[in-house]
Design a protein around this ligand. Structure first.
Ligand SMILES: CC(=O)SCCNC(=O)CCNC(=O)[C@H](O)C(C)(C)COP(=O)(O)OP(=O)(O)OC[C@H]1O[C@@H](n2cnc3c(N)ncnc32)[C@H](O)[C@@H]1OP(=O)(O)O
Ligand SMILES: O=C(O)CCC(=O)C(=O)O
Length: 402
């Protein structure tokens, strides 16, 4: 893909809407700095109408003059726009539901009145000097003709972009592609897609929206956001790099530290299997995989850990084979005699099953030494196996296993 796509981060707005998450002013400022340093082009920093503290935080972020666009989330009301003006921010996302269900139930509005409000509020915000985006909440359940009219009205009134939100996370990649492609074909301005992960499809839907022509996509670090969260910045950025060869301007090697910083500030644990940034996602245990990886890393590697600043790890566990065990032992200066291999595999398997855990390099060496020095050793291999230094981990630096 040679089209530049903007990954706009809303960790500090939608991410903070995750239950129980409340960033301090200092944390927000530090996270904004880290996001900017990672190459994020736009940060949705908060919701000014939440009050004086939020306004002060936004003011402080604006004062830092980060090399990003800072935007504020606003309902499509004068009250919210006035709060945004007070915060000193230069860009607003003015939001109004797009679906009939939300328009009627939440606001008692019909489509025609919604279009009038968009016209009025966008013109007001543009006249106040804002960069204006219009947010369409619940676009995924909206009447398609109304959505097209919203985009037209927003553009006509001076908005630079419209954001299509799958607010309740009910799209799949096929329906996302179809929706976005149709609207992109009719839209005179850029479209942004904002996914939610209720069905675990946020990143996939975001890629589909981008392929359908969306120029911007909302993301959050770790996918932090309302309910099941949003599309994860690290997943979308890595997928675009690997699958599309696209340059989003995101510094991929900065993502693990950024994720750790967000997790800490959010008071959340990061799952070990979380793509790109989880502790285990570049670790390999299965014997067949490790035997393949040691011959050629491409055998079991879709995402090169070096791309995101991480290392591959071989871990020993219930599923290890002799090749992996010999490899880890060799790092501790021990040569696994082929005649001992099957017995060692069996011992490792038993240990891992008993402890329901991996077997560290130190434990592996202990098992091996015990086997070498135990009463059965003479039967197995004869005396005198050399024993060298112990190691605790087997970590491959990027590019080490080619
Ligand atoms: C899908 C999303 O993520 S949308 C963003 C969600 N973000 C937030 O809710 C931010 C945090 N929210 C808050 O701090 C508060 O809800 C505030 C400050 C925005 C409003 O607080 P309150 O005045 O106490 O209102 P409350 O939260 O009870 O209800 C929301 C009000 O906003 C109104 N509202 C919601 N969306 C819109 C909109 N786009 N345009 C106009 N009014 C809106 C609702 O109708 C409701 O008003 P009502 O009580 O007159 O019916
Ligand atoms: O207002 C918007 O642009 C999107 C708001 C939002 O977070 C959502 O609808 O999920």
């Amino acid at each position: 893909m040679n089209r530049h796509v903007f990954l706009n981060d809303t960790t500090l707005r939608d991410g903070e809407q995750a239950p129980g998450v409340a960033f301090t002013k200092t944390e927000k400022l530090e996270l904004a700095e880290a996001l900017a340093a990672a190459g994020v082009p736009e940060i949705e920093i908060g919701t000014p109408v939440m009050g004086a503290d939020e306004i002060e935080t936004i003011r402080a972020a604006v004062a830092r003059r980060l090399p990003v666009r800072l935007t504020a989330w606003c309902r499509m009301t004068s009250q919210d726009l006035d709060a945004a003006i007070e915060s000193g921010i230069g860009a607003v996302n003015l939001s109004l539901p797009a679906s009939d269900i939300q328009l009627a139930a939440r606001l008692g509005l019909d489509q025609a009145r919604a279009l009038q409000i968009i016209d009025h509020m966008v013109k007001r915000a543009a006249a106040a000097g804002f960069f204006v985006a219009v947010g369409c909440e619940d676009a995924s359940r909206a009447d398609r003709d109304h959505l097209a009219r919203v985009i037209e009205a927003a553009a006509h009134a001076g908005a630079s972009r419209v954001r299509l939100a799958d607010t309740v996370g009910v799209l799949d990649p096929f329906s996302t592609f179809e929706l976005v492609a149709q609207l992109v074909a009719q839209s005179p301005i850029d479209l942004e897609f904002h996914a939610h992960n209720d069905l675990g499809l946020a990143a996939a839907n975001t890629l589909a929206a981008i392929r359908a022509g969306a120029r911007h996509a909302s993301v959050t670090v770790l996918g932090l956001g309302e309910r099941a969260g949003n599309a994860a910045l690290e997943e979308v950025a890595a997928a675009m790099a690997v699958l599309d060869g696209a340059d989003t301007g995101i510094e991929l090697t900065a993502l693990p530290d950024l994720a750790a910083q967000v997790a800490w500030a959010a008071g959340r644990q990061t799952a070990a299997i979380k793509p790109v940034v989880g502790a285990d996602v570049f670790s390999h245990e299965s014997g067949i995989h490790v035997a393949g990886l040691l011959k050629d890393s491409r055998t079991y590697q879709g995402l090169d850990p070096a791309l995101v600043g991480r290392c591959r790890r071989i871990v020993i566990g219930k599923h290890s084979g002799a090749t992996a065990i010999a490899h880890v032992l060799s790092e501790s200066g021990r040569d696994l005699d082929p005649d001992l291999a099957a017995a060692m595999v069996a011992r490792v398997r038993r240990k891992a099953a008993e402890t329901k855990s991996t077997v560290s390099a130190t434990q592996l060496v202990e098992l091996y030494d015990a086997m070498c020095n135990g009463p059965c050793f003479a039967d197995l291999a004869g005396p005198g196996q050399p024993c060298g230094e112990r190691t605790d981990t087997t970590v491959f630096r990027p590019g080490e296993m080619q």
